[in-house]
Design a protein around this ligand. Structure first.
Ligand SMILES: Cc1cc2nc3c(=O)[nH]c(=O)nc-3n(C[C@H](O)[C@H](O)[C@H](O)COP(=O)(O)O)c2cc1C
Length: 190
């Protein structure tokens, strides 16, 4: 069983999402003793409302909170929509940001990455996400930053990240995030 768990949130439910592909590439690059789990079903979470929180908490929201609380780290990859990240990602983060003061994002190691088909590679969306994770008192990895520009040219037809410099940059982020999220390297037994 993996001793270290990293969960991923994609801000896109597009079937060909570059951000989801980027998260899959992240998952391919984690060391073998680390489990990477892409969180599914975020599009069926109701919009956050205090009326649903507490006694009426939807089971899906309860599970989301439990999974993220148990994880050692969270990585978010969101498209940029109108100069920010997506409503889908915001809704998941809002659910994760309560109960106030003791929610799963307090102190959580977080990495922010993103891919776009344009030239800015989600720069503005990532800056907004960093602000939000400041509000949630999360511990965001500062560097390296991964902005995947012109994404259509970086993934192959099967959805694999094939652009070597981008893969290398992502690998260096994964490496930094393993330390940032407190992974203890286990000694290899010959
Ligand atoms: C409603 C909407 C707004 C968008 N706004 C931006 C934007 O502000 N900046 C940008 O670079 N791309 C923008 N795009 C393009 C998407 O970010 C781009 O298509 C991206 O690849 C989508 O990510 P995905 O492939 O993970 O779904 C927008 C797309 C949509 C549908």
């Amino acid at each position: 069983m993996a001793s270290h768990l990293i969960v991923g949130i994609s801000g896109s439910i597009s079937s060909g999402s570059y951000n989801t592909k980027l998260l899959r590439a992240f998952g391919e690059l984690v060391p073998s003793d680390v489990e990477f789990r892409l969180l599914e079903g975020l599009d069926t979470l109701p919009f956050y409302s205090p009326d649903l929180d507490g006694e009426n908490l939807p089971e899906q929201a309860r599970q989301l909170r439990e999974t993220v609380r148990a994880a050692d780290g969270l990585v978010v990859a969101s498209p940029e929509y109108n100069y920010s990240y997506t409503a889908l990602a915001k809704n998941a983060i809002d659910w994760l940001s309560r109960p106030y003061g003791s929610h799963p994002l307090v102190g959580k190691a977080v990495a922010v990455i993103g891919a776009s088909q344009g030239l800015l590679g989600t720069v503005r969306a990532q800056l907004h996400l960093r602000d939000v994770f400041h509000a949630t008192q999360s511990d965001v990895l500062a560097r390296p930053e991964v902005f995947v520009t012109q994404a259509a040219s970086k993934f192959n037809a099967e959805g694999h990240l094939v652009d070597a410099p981008t893969r290398e940059l992502l690998a260096s982020l994964v490496d930094a995030f393993m330390d940032h999220s407190g992974r203890q390297e286990t000694a290899q037994v010959a």
